[in-house]
Write a protein that binds this ligand. Structure first.
Ligand code: NAD
Length: 354
């Protein structure tokens, strides 16, 4: 594989994936990203001068732009990370989620289908469309329910998960109906460097550092299955190379932790890594009104990807969390860019008036 078109590569997981792909020489990358509020282009500074990396600001819904990129770069694969990804935002303003996650994925699929249909037969056989999705499409588990398997019926509960479920179905249908060589991954909650601080772990680290309240929804007993982002990137790379066409793969860390425990663990580590005299970060914990329709428990059964592709997560939750906290402590510039929105001025300067 020489060149891969990565969409949404300036966001949290996409950027981690691109940095790893270029560092480990997996393939050349063309990154198509709309640069929404969730992306900080400086995250990818390390590959800015890399001849194997190319950035294009744009929208997966823009069929002409996607066609031009496909024709120009002739990628052997497309990996679709592009999405609106924050559940709370989907509850307040669902429309952007419908636009990008459903309509955008549809348009991207359609552009890729046309491109793929015109490839010579040997290239057609090797082409892959890999769609990155979430475990949230499966809905909420009770305390004793078995973990989500690939066959678990979809039951999305938020506008975010409903829009991702729709996109998964569209992707599946393009394989079933047109034969497009697709793959899908459904992954649990990721954490690690470069995550926008509206998500639980970075929000809590940054609020704690600033002495701000640590808001926890409801009783804090909602359970998520946490996976370190690098382990997710390895899983994506394996699925891209050896996943069975038309199949979906569940990816999870086997780390079921309540939100309250996550925050308590962050506070305990900060007490060691960044101690303040006579102060326990846990004193900042504040319970707030629950998120509407808040799913109680997610858990992922990753047996299929482990058995078929030999994927095993390398990072324990304890070590991954320590690395993540240390990363946020060590990168005040990145945090400042995101918090102040300074990078948005940079985007305007570099792109909007170009
Ligand atoms: P993110 O919000 O950090 O990044 C999304 C990126 O997509 C941003 O760079 C944004 O600018 C870009 N984007 C948005 N709309 C676009 C459009 N119309 N065209 C082109 N680019 C667009 O999200 P993330 O956490 O990196 O998630 C990436 C993917 O992985 C998403 O599809 C998400 O559903 C999925 N996922 C995320 C998690 C998680 O825990 N973060 C877990 C499982 C799956």
């Amino acid at each position: 594989m020489k060149t891969v078109l990565v969409t949404g590569g300036s966001g949290f997981i996409g950027a981690n994936f691109i940095l790893k792909a270029r560092h480990d020489h997996w393939f050349n990358v063309v990154n198509l990203d709309k640069l929404t509020y969730a992306s900080n282009p400086h995250t990818l500074d390390a590959v800015a001068g890399d001849p194997g990396y190319c950035f294009c600001r744009g929208d997966i819904s823009d069929s002409q732009q996607v066609k031009a990129l496909l024709d120009k770069h002739q990628p052997e694969a497309v990996i679709n990370f592009a999405a609106e990804s924050h559940v709370d935002r989907s509850i307040l303003r669902p429309e952007a989620f419908i636009q990008t996650n459903i309509l955008g994925t549809f348009r991207l699929l359609e552009s890729c289908k046309i491109y793929w249909e015109h490839l010579p037969p040997e290239k057609q056989a090797n082409f892959r469309f890999l769609h990155i999705s979430t475990d949230e499409v499966f809905g909420s588990l009770g305390p004793d329910d078995p973990a989500f398997r690939e066959e678990t019926p979809y039951a999305p509960n938020s506008p975010y998960s409903a829009s991702k479920a729709s996109s998964d179905h569209l992707v599946r249908s393009y394989h079933h109906t047109y034969g497009l060589p697709i793959l899908t991954t459904n992954c649990s909650n990721n954490y690690g460097p470069y995550q926008f601080p509206e998500k639980l772990i970075p929000l809590m680290i940054l609020n704690a550092r600033e002495g701000q309240p640590l808001p926890i929804y409801g009783d804090g007993q909602n359970i998520r299955d946490w996976l370190y982002v690098e382990d997710h990137c390895e899983a994506i790379w394996l699925v891209l190379q050896r996943g069975r066409l038309g199949e979906s793969y569940n990816v999870g860390g086997n780390n079921e932790v309540t939100n309250l425990e996550v925050v308590q663990q962050i506070c305990a580590r900060l007490n060691q890594l960044s101690p303040k005299e006579n102060f326990d970060y846990a004193s900042l914990v504040t319970f707030v009104k629950d998120r509407p329709g808040h799913d109680r428990r997610y858990a992922i059964d990753s047996t299929k990807i482990q058995r078929e592709l030999g994927w095993v997560p390398q990072e324990s939750f304890e070590s991954g969390l320590s690395k993540t906290i240390q990363w946020y402590l060590d990168h005040p510039d990145w945090i400042e860019q995101v918090r102040s929105g300074a990078y948005q001025a940079w985007i305007q300067q570099n792109y909007d008036h170009a």
